[in-house]
Design a protein around this ligand. Sequence first.
Ligand SMILES: Nc1ncnc2c1ncn2[C@@H]1O[C@H](COP(=O)(O)OP(=O)(O)OP(=O)(O)O)[C@@H](O)[C@H]1O
Ligand SMILES: [Mg+2]
Length: 482
Amino acid sequence: MEMKTRRKLTDSVQMQFAAYFAALTVVLLVLLNTYPLRSSRDVVFSEKESALVSRAAVVSSSLSLLESLTPDNTQQVMGLLDVNDLARILVTNETGLVLYDTAAEDENAAGTQTDVAEILRALGGETVFYSKFDMTAFSSCAAMPVRSEGRTMGAVYLAEYDAEQATLIVGIQRRLGTITLVVGGVALVLIFFSVRIMTRRITRLADGVRIVQSGDYSFRLEPKGHDELTELGNELNNLTERLQTTEAQRRQFVSDASHELKTPLASIRLLSDSIVQSADMDAATMREFVTDIGTEAERLQRTTEKLLNLSRRDDGAEGELADVDLRAAVEGTLRLLRPLAEESRVAIACELAEGCLVRATEDDIYHIVFNLVENAIKYNLACGSVSVRVYAEGGQCVLSVEDTGIGIPEADRPNIFGRFYRVDKARSREHGGSGLGLSIVHDAVTLYGGTVEVSGVEPHGSRFVVRFPQVGGADSTPESEP
Ligand SMILES: Nc1ncnc2c1ncn2[C@@H]1O[C@H](COP(=O)(O)OP(=O)(O)OP(=O)(O)O)[C@@H](O)[C@H]1O
Ligand SMILES: [Mg+2]
């Protein structure tokens, strides 16, 4: 069924192209056949007119020299003129009586009344010319009055029959006809093949789209050439590649997320089974087990919250954008994290410049600062330190979080912003980490047009530097917190 629709579509595209080109060819060939013939015929017509009218004028002025027109003196004048090549010469007096007619069958034609319309018009004072072409000859005639001292004495009518020019024109027409047939035939063959090639390429593209649409993201077209269809093929390949990457990421994410949720759920199940199965469990052990169940549930809750946070951000910024002061955001976050720092015996030092405003939601800025500082405390060593700095530089607000902790191996640095990525799974899990914190940081920072970079600190430790476009874009210098 689908196949049928496709055939119809390509067929019609093919037909459209073919019809367009064929129509164009027909128009060109019709022009080629008509225009040169018409114009050469017109040239012959006007040439005939000027020649025949001027010959009629010569006859007319010769006759006008006579005192009066009679059959005899008209014949004498005609004998003197070079008019033997004409098909017919007719001379009448002013009343239309024939004086001389080369087309008359007998000598006594003179004296009859003429019925040649051109003569009648010429007697009325007009100069008449008329010519027609009938594929075998040009038949032309001219008539004009014979005038002397303002008086019309009679009229002259000359007719000419020219087959030579006609043969010439018919010959040209025949040759043009042959050329038309050859050119038309060649054009049709060319149109047929080029349209076929083009539609075949379009069909291949459409097939490619259908294959990709059916879910085979490994499919790639092999476009040849350098035209727009090749470009379209390359674009389709790029699109498929992106789809393939996104699909792979999606699968990976679903598998990671399920794995992540599976572990605490399995622990909860195990703990609850133990409680149910041991009938004589003492209260202290039971409390311990239930506390563990609570811890695992809390881990689940944290992970799902982070997953929700990430998926919400995939749809763009959530909440109201405001000019958030980085200094205030860091101070607020540090108040929450001080207990954790004290517990881990990690000292926190700050250098926070004023006026570092970032266009973002307060929540996102809080998540960024919190995740970075929490990591710096979590992955630190006992009696280590964390240094948080906020300053403006080159139209950007910079947040730098530096620690003297365990550091991140260089090979892991490109990956730590990936979802669920942990350098040391055991150590991270110990802290209840899910490997999503830095993903959130990365996504949030990117959403507001910022960048985040990680580097090592000598002799050990890490430094995370986040840069945002600054509201207002003015520089300011860091100042020490008392
Ligand atoms: N300051 C740091 N020093 C050393 N290692 C770090 C630091 N920050 C992050 N890491 C490493 O990068 C990994 C990813 O960090 P991330 O914040 O994304 O996840 P997490 O801290 O394990 O879990 P979560 O933040 O979701 O609670 C961590 O597991 C840790 O191995
Ligand atoms: Mg973290």
